[in-house]
Design a protein around this ligand. Structure first.
Ligand code: ATP
Ligand code: MG
Length: 253
């Protein structure tokens, strides 16, 4: 059968993760395609952040293979590894900007670390990235001087500093009120559509999943692995799996 779909930018094959004798998940297999917003969802403690760490090569899986942009993490060392890391961006669950630096300086940090651009060029890029997330006027502010929603936007701007092909976001809307969170969802969708960046977003917020997700996988603690894969709206409407149904329809089990 001829396939008319964008290339896979991430391929995870039979991935398992154990800590000691405890299996967090196993048999996890999926692709992420270029340009889509791919959501990793599931209840607290099912291993979403852990899977993210494997995808970005922060630690090796206990079993299985992960290829990002056609390169297997397990094949890469030293400069080759750093080169791949430069092609992806990450915003962690905590968001963490450096409090003593302005927003602009925070966005400049990865540029400074990974390029030899002069200060003026770095500042220009930082200003452009902050503009992209609606913070064009806030470059001189300190993290303590802006709201939680603005902090998340600034975190995204920093993660985009090096024009990543794939951007990983861990719980971007955690701790935000519903309206700010909806605004952040809109931002993610418009960045994906306008810049062509592929997004991998970890979240357990149902509203966000339905608002932004082109495709998703759902992990489950009890099943120790994936229990669903596909278009979130279809899963909501059509899944027969009791846990998947309960999650998407907000039913107690
Ligand atoms: N380095 C580690 N050593 C041992 N256990 C770990 C380690 N990292 C994570 N775990 C365990 O793995 C499980 C999954 O953790 P993880 O943080 O990936 O869950 P999560 O789905 O992101 O949860 P949340 O929604 O609360 O962020 C947890 O039980 C956690 O305690
Ligand atoms: Mg987590």
């Amino acid at each position: 059968m001829a396939e008319d779909r964008p290339e896979a930018v991430i391929e995870a094959r039979d991935v398992a993760m154990r800590f000691g004798s405890r299996t967090i998940f196993k048999d996890v297999t999926f692709d992420v395609r270029r340009g889509e917003i791919f959501v990793i969802l599931g209840g607290s403690g099912c291993g979403k952040s852990t899977l993210l760490k494997l995808l970005i090569g922060l630690m090796p899986p206990s079993a299985g293979e992960i290829a990002v942009l056609d390169e297997e993490w397990s094949d890469l060392e030293g400069e080759a590894r750093r080169a791949l890391l430069r092609r992806i961006g990450v915003m962690w669950q905590s968001g963490a900007l450096l409090g003593s630096l302005t927003l602009s300086e925070n966005v400049e940090l990865p540029i400074e670390a990974h390029s030899r651009l002069p200060e003026a060029a770095r500042a220009l890029i930082a200003s452009a990235k902050l503009g992209l997330v609606g913070l064009g006027d806030a470059g001189d502010r300190l993290p303590s001087e802006i709201s939680g929603g603005m902090l998340k936007r600034a975190g995204i701007a920093r993660a985009m500093a090096l024009d990543p092909e794939i951007l990983f976001l861990d719980e971007p809307s955690a701790g935000l009120d519903p309206i700010t969170s909806a605004g952040l969802d809109q931002l993610i969708v418009s960045l994906a559509r306008e810049t062509g960046t592929t997004f991998v977003v970890v979240t357990h917020e149902l509203q966000s999943i339905l608002a932004i997700g082109d495709r998703c996988i759902m992990l489950d603690k009890d099943a120790q692995g994936m229990i669903a894969e596909g278009d979130p709206k279809k899963l909501r409407d059509e899944s027969e799996h009791p846990t998947v149904r309960a999650f998407f329809r907000r039913e107690a089990m």
